[in-house]
Design a protein around this ligand. Structure first.
Ligand code: SF4
Ligand code: SF4
Ligand code: SF4
Length: 297
C-alpha cells in the first residue's frame, strides 16, 4: 500500500515534532574508573621491529579471512572488517617508529556510550566486546570511538562490527592474547592494567633518554587498558594517538558529546515515529485517503 501525499506529509510533520521533543540537551556525567581486575596490553614502540607476526597471529586466533582471498599476499594497511590489529611504520625523515593499533579498551568507552542498544559492553576485566544479537548496524559506535577502531564488514551479506576483543576467548581459557604470545621482542605484553602501568613507569625511569616522558593511555581520554611507550622525540599524535585531554568522550559536556548524541537520537527517533505513523495509516480505511485526495483535487 502506498501513502497518499497528505498521509505522507502528516507522517513527516508528526515525525519532526516527535524528534524535536526527543532531542534533549546532553549533560556531562562523571567519568568511569577502570575495574580493579582490568587487564590490557603495553606496547613499547622502541622494542618493535615491525615483523608483523602479531598481525598474522591475530588473524589466525580470531578466524579472520585475508583481505584479498584471491591474492597470494596479505598486506593490509589499515584496520578493516578482516583486520583487528595493524602494524604501521612512521617516519618524518629524522625520527621513525613502528606503531601497533587495535582497540584501546577504553576505561570509559565512547563506543559503549554511543550504542543505545547495548551491543557494545564493557565486560569481565574491563574488556570491551560487541554482541551481534543486539546490533542493528547503525554504526554509531564508529562515531563514538575517538580512535576510529570499530570496522564494518561492508562486503558481507550479514555485516558485523569488527574490532579487537583482547582475545577474550583465549583469556577465558587461561591463555593470553595471540599477538602477545608470538611477539619475538616482547614489544607487546599482557597483564593487569596496574602491572602494565608500573612496568611502563619503571622503563621510563630506568631509561628516560629512550622514551617520550609519558605513558599514553594512563589518563588520555579518561584512560585506556592498552598503554603505549614511544621513542624519544616521536609525538604520540604522530603515531595516530590523538591528544584527547584527560576526560573520556562520554563524560564531555560539550561539542563532541552533543555531536554524537544528537546524531544518533534523531535518526532512531525518526525511524520509530515513521514506523508508528505508517502502521497507523495502514489501519485507516482506504476511503479516508480517497476522499481526502478528492477534496485536494
Ligand atoms: S578504542 Fe574505540 S572501540 Fe575500543 S573501547 Fe575505545 S571507544 Fe570502544
Ligand atoms: S588482543 Fe587478540 S584480537 Fe586484539 S590485537 Fe591482539 S591478537 Fe588481535
Ligand atoms: S610481533 Fe612484536 S615485534 Fe613483531 S610487529 Fe608485532 S609487536 Fe612488533
Amino acid at each position: 500500500m502506498s501513502l497518499s501525499r497528505r498521509s505522507a506529509l502528516k507522517t513527516l510533520a508528526a515525525a519532526g515534532a516527535a524528534v524535536a521533543s526527543t532531542v534533549a540537551p546532553a549533560h556531562a556525567r562523571e567519568p568511569k574508573q577502570a575495574p580493579a581486575d582490568a587487564v590490557g596490553l603495553l606496547y613499547d614502540a622502541t622494542l618493535c621491529v615491525g615483523c608483523k607476526a602479531c598481525m598474522v597471529a591475530c588473524r589466525e586466533a580470531n578466524g579472520l579471512k585475508p583481505e584479498d582471498p584471491e591474492s597470494r599476499w596479505d598486506s593490509p594497511d589499515s584496520l578493516s572488517g578482516n583486520t583487528k590489529n595493524i602494524i604501521k611504520y612512521y617516519s618524518d625523515g629524522e625520527q621513525s617508529s613502528f606503531m601497533k593499533m587495535q582497540c584501546m579498551h577504553c576505561v570509559d568507552p565512547g563506543c559503549v556510550s554511543a550504542c543505545m542498544l547495548g551491543a557494545f559492553q564493557k565486560r569481565e576485566h574491563g574488556i570491551v566486546t560487541w554482541d551481534g544479537s543486539k546490533c542493528v548496524g547503525c554504526r554509531y559506535c564508529q562515531i563514538g570511538c575517538p580512535y576510529g577502531v570499530p570496522q564494518f564488514e561492508w562486503n558481507a551479506a550479514l555485516p558485523k562490527i569488527v574490532k579487537c576483543e583482547l582475545c577474550a576467548h583465549r583469556i577465558a581459557e587461561g591463555g593470553i592474547p595471540a599477538c602477545v604470545e608470538v611477539c619475538p621482542r616482547q614489544a607487546v605484553i599482557y597483564g593487569t592494567r596496574e602491572e602494565l602501568l608500573a612496568e611502563a613507569h619503571r622503563r621510563l625511569e630506568a631509561e628516560p633518554e629512550r622514551y617520550e616522558a609519558k605513558v599514553y593511555g594512563e589518563f588520555d581520554g579518561g584512560g585506556t587498558q592498552v598503554l603505549y611507550l614511544a621513542p624519544r622525540g616521536v609525538q604520540f599524535a604522530s603515531l595516530g594517538l590523538p591528544d584527547l585531554g584527560t576526560r573520556s568522550v562520554p563524560s564531555l559536556p560539550e561539542t563532541i558529546q552533543h555531536a554524537v548524541y544528537k546524531g544518533f537520537i534523531a535518526p532512531i527517533a525518526l525511524y520509530g515515529v515513521l514506523a508508528v505513523s505508517v502502521w497507523r495509516n495502514r489501519r485507516q480505511p482506504p476511503a479516508d485517503d480517497a476522499a481526502a485526495e478528492n477534496r485536494e483535487a
